[in-house]
Design a protein. Sequence first.
Length: 80
Amino acid sequence: MTGKFSDYLPLYRLEDIFARQGFEISRATQSVWCGDVADRVEPLYALMADQVRASHVVATDDTIPPMLSKEKCAKVRMWV
């Protein structure tokens, strides 16, 4: 999950990284794992969302991670 969401690595790259380390973990398997993690952290998400909604002030971070495109590395926006 860290590689996927913190390091912005797509599943096909993670698949190659795992293969170099001797593990065959398909993108399909990783995708199922992402869904499983989402299911498990849903109660935490709900608690955090309640805390944000109860606050008088909400701080935001306008992060601009790189995203590969056909011609060059494009800038995209992620609001978290």
